[in-house]
Design a protein around this ligand. Structure first.
Ligand SMILES: [Zn+2]
Length: 105
């Protein structure tokens, strides 16, 4: 990634550079956003994905069904496995499967 002095990265929501101090990350290793983009668009594709991934890292068993439901609603995940959807939404389906598999029945 290109680091420009005075900037801390590129926002994955609006793709504009983030000035130092203007950024927000849900996870240490996750994507960067503008704080203002997160505030304005909490349900945009990558913001929601990072937010759910971060909550999943700290989630206990009781919280997993809620995360699964939230993902299904936010991304209209098909009930039956759908290869076209999976290809277009690779990271979404990866996280969705990870959460589903973390549930012990
Ligand atoms: Zn932004």
């Amino acid at each position: 990634m290109v680091i420009i002095e005075g900037y801390e990265g590129i926002c994955t929501c609006c793709f504009e550079p983030i000035r130092d101090g203007g950024g927000f990350k849900f996870r240490e290793t996750g994507r960067s956003f503008h704080s203002r983009c997160v505030e304005k668009n909490p349900n945009s594709y990558y913001i929601k994905l990072e937010e759910i991934a971060a909550r999943f890292e700290k989630a206990c068993q009781e919280q997993l069904p809620r995360l699964i439901t939230e993902m299904e609603q936010a991304y209209s995940i098909p009930i039956l496995n759908n290869e076209a959807f999976n290809q277009d939404n690779e990271e979404v389906i990866q996280l969705y499967r990870k959460i589903s598999q973390a549930r012990d029945f």
